[in-house]
Ligand binder design. Structure first.
Ligand code: AMP
Length: 269
């Protein structure tokens, strides 16, 4: 496995190899990331994983500083998985030599996390754009846990690159909580409460699937959820294709963002 820190070396190593499966991450790898990597390995000859905690997608410096990092463990996980390349750029590599123009998100798309986390997705798009410009991957694997992220990357970047974006299912623990690098920041009680929130969402989804008019019960579900966390940033049902509020029983998705202390979590069903 080759560990690469600069775009120069990366370009030399990849040498226009078009058969690359790419998995961008912020590290602190868990079974959710591993699932994406296995998908890539199954399909392609060479797999590249990037690990980069991107400062511009954090709204608060404290949140950026607190974000879990565990590079040695990550490298050993990736080695065992048989990953071919790990790209670990520093900020200088990503920002000083690249990123000429910011990709702006339209007003229409400023919903859910894009409305609450000002500048977050602009940061995500900037870094993914920079990576794709250099990697030229055949496929890029992204998790549906970050559903809006996939939606916006497809909308704003897909046309610029040949890379095909593959959305992968959310990997959850046995109590339905999506695996997330941030979960280790939760104490026992917040973890339990978050698991219960995911169970509530799961049941609400099933209920609406069974009887569509139950989507009107959103407010009563919100009350239950409020008892299990410190703050609900949003709790909404939206169209899974375009994220508008016009949904049908065939294309709806439930989205939530909430806080346990200073830890912000998201989920969707
Ligand atoms: P992150 O390191 O959190 O930026 O995530 C890197 C990639 O892994 C993103 O495409 C995420 O959507 C994906 N991912 C994170 N958690 C999960 C999960 N529990 N299941 C599936 N994919 C995930």
């Amino acid at each position: 496995m080759k560990i690469i820190k600069s775009f120069n070396v990366l370009n030399r190593e990849l040498n226009f190899n078009k058969n690359i499966g790419f998995v961008p991450t912020m590290g602190s790898l868990h079974k959710g990331h591993i699932y994406l990597i296995k998908k890539a390995k199954f399909k392609l000859r060479k797999v590249l994983v990037s690990i980069y905690v991107n400062p511009t997608q954090f709204n608060e410096k404290k949140d950026f500083n607190r974000y879990p990092r565990n590079i040695d463990k990550d490298i050993s996980i990736l080695r065992k998985l048989g990953v071919d390349y790990v790209f670990v750029p520093n900020n200088n590599e990503i920002y000083n030599k690249g990123i000429k123009r910011k990709i702006k998100i339209s007003k229409k798309d400023k919903v859910l996390c894009a409305r609450r986390r000002i500048g977050h997705f602009e940061g995500v798009l900037a870094v993914i754009n920079r990576l794709l410009e250099n990697i030229n991957a055949k496929f890029m694997y992204l998790g549906e846990k970050d559903y809006q992220q996939i939606f916006l990357i497809k909308k704003y970047l897909q046309n610029k690159f040949k890379t095909k974006i593959v959305g992968c299912k959310t990997i959850r623990n046995k109590n339905k909580l999506p695996l997330s690098s941030r979960n280790i920041l939760l104490n026992k009680k917040s973890l339990k409460n978050s698991e219960n929130i995911s169970k509530i969402l799961y049941n609400f989804k099933r209920r609406i699937t069974y009887k569509f008019s139950d989507s009107k019960l959103l407010e009563s579900y919100l009350l239950k959820i409020k008892l299990l966390c410190d703050k609900v940033e949003y709790f909404e049902i939206r169209n899974s294709q375009n994220l508008s509020k016009k949904f049908t029983k065939k294309n709806f998705k439930i989205f939530i963002a909430y806080k346990q202390g200073n830890v912000r979590l998201i989920d969707n069903f």
